[in-house]
Design a protein around this ligand. Structure first.
Ligand SMILES: [Fe+2]
Length: 438
């Protein structure tokens, strides 16, 4: 009885304060501490922080770090354990940041690779063997989605839950390590995500925590660009901060919320050109990721995405984008199809999923009443799973971290804009006219 009374009092207080705590009786746990990483003395030529990413058609980029500057950037790989039928030579880089000097960061592209196949590989001729699985080239295909990860107890919980799901590619809409100028935290983040990121491609875009610029001393994104090289050259972009790639029948566009996006910017021109190349017969789904949400009814980070939205939303609308994933706000929110600030059957579904588990904790406060376009919102840590079943249907689910259990809390069938009568013409005359006019 006392418990019921307390719960009633709590919910009344929260209602008056203007907060929405969706999820019924779920009592939200507090932030968890940043993980501590024991000193792990490995031979200096041993590969560390191994992760993989897609690098153009049938190719994968393997990235790792060694403390030994003489260690070669080679990857040996094949489809049987410890039998390597191919070797690829890559490149390396390093950077310094105030008193910190990075290890040797190796980037080596392997391929051509067969679809939906397990490969075994070794980096730099040393250390343990890793294995990866390439994505399928046809539907169905599944994506894990989690932004604003950090490296806390909650991050670990989220990663464990993602590890339990069968997925092909991880999508991360910004804010990776929360290193925040302390460069060794990039190394511990690499160590934390290695078990997952060495086995499935991680496709990331950058958030504010990747900037790490210091006026007159350091440009932005030095660590991020050195460590998380994405296929920008492969997609005709001049910057690692925006690029695109295809998986099965999905075209993904990754944008930068912190790089110029006005109509005279390189990013804007590249986006227009990239959208004009989309062929919806080949990639019926069109999905965009960036960090700062455009549709957000949480009180955190209100209006921060407005400028980018007013510059670029009409391009996404003209191209018939199906889904937009963002992060930044440490909570979950899903909208109806929207455009220009209101529901629109030809607009994109926007999903904010900045709830990976970072040390800053959750964003609890919501605007009241909810806007008409907001369908589901909740401040909990968790991750999402997007299963593209075929060219027209996808199943989206959001999984809340309920203590250390993963509980499916929001789910919906999404239908693509193909055949909807909306603009999905890719390079067609109609679409070209709209995009060229903008
Ligand atoms: Fe952020």
């Amino acid at each position: 009885m006392m418990k019921l009374l307390l719960r009633h009092l709590l919910s009344t207080t929260l209602f008056i304060a203007g907060t929405v705590f969706a999820g019924g009786d779920y009592i939200r746990p507090p932030p968890r501490k940043t993980l501590s990483f024991p000193w792990d003395q490995k031979p200096s030529s041993q590969p560390q922080q191994v992760h993989i990413s897609l690098a153009g058609d049938k190719h994968m980029r393997v990235t790792w770090v060694t403390n030994d500057g003489a260690s070669p950037s080679i990857v040996e790989y094949g489809t049987s354990p410890e039998k390597y039928s191919a070797t690829a030579q890559g490149e390396s880089t390093k950077y310094s940041y105030l008193l910190y000097s990075s290890g040797k960061i190796h980037h080596t592209v392997i391929g051509p690779l067969q679809e939906n196949t397990t490969y075994f590989y070794k980096c730099g001729g040393e250390g343990p063997e890793f294995q990866l699985k390439t994505p399928p080239s046809k539907f169905p295909v599944t994506f894990a989605v989690a932004g604003d990860l950090g490296q806390t107890g909650w991050t670990k919980s989220t990663l464990d839950h993602i590890d339990q799901c069968k997925y092909d590619v991880h999508l991360l809409p910004g804010d990776l390590s929360y290193a925040d100028y302390l460069q060794h935290r990039w190394d511990t983040f690499g160590q934390l995500v290695q078990p997952l990121a060495s086995s499935r491609p991680w496709m990331v875009t950058q958030g504010n925590h990747e900037k790490e610029s210091i006026p007159f001393l350091k440009d932005g994104f030095v660590s991020y660009n050195s460590r998380w090289k994405m296929p920008f050259e492969e997609s005709g972009s001049a910057s690692n901060l925006y690029y695109s790639f295809d998986v099965a029948g999905v075209h993904f566009v990754m944008l930068g919320s912190y790089t110029p996006y006005d109509e005279y910017s390189d990013q804007y021109s590249w986006l227009k050109a990239d959208l004009l190349k989309v062929d919806r017969r080949r990639t019926p789904w069109l999905v965009v990721l960036f960090h700062v949400p455009w549709y957000n009814s949480n009180r955190a980070h209100q209006g921060e995405g407005d400028d980018m939205m007013s510059s670029m939303e009409h391009l996404l609308y003209a191209a018939g984008v199906d889904i937009v994933f963002t992060g930044h706000v440490h909570a979950y929110e899903r909208t109806k199809r929207v455009y220009n600030g209101k529901s629109d059957r030809c607009g994109a579904v926007h999903i904010t999923i900045g709830d990976g588990g970072n040390r800053e904790g959750l964003a609890h406060w919501y605007k009241q009443p909810p806007p008409e376009w907001s369908v589901f919102r909740e401040a909990s840590f968790g991750h999402g799973e997007l299963k593209m079943v075929n060219s027209t249907h996808a199943y989206w689910s959001w999984h809340r971290n309920e203590d250390d259990e993963s509980v499916q809390s929001d789910q919906v069938w999404l239908t693509s804009l193909i055949g909807s009568g909306c603009n999905t013409g890719g390079g067609s005359h109609d679409m070209r006219r709209i995009l060229m006019a903008s």
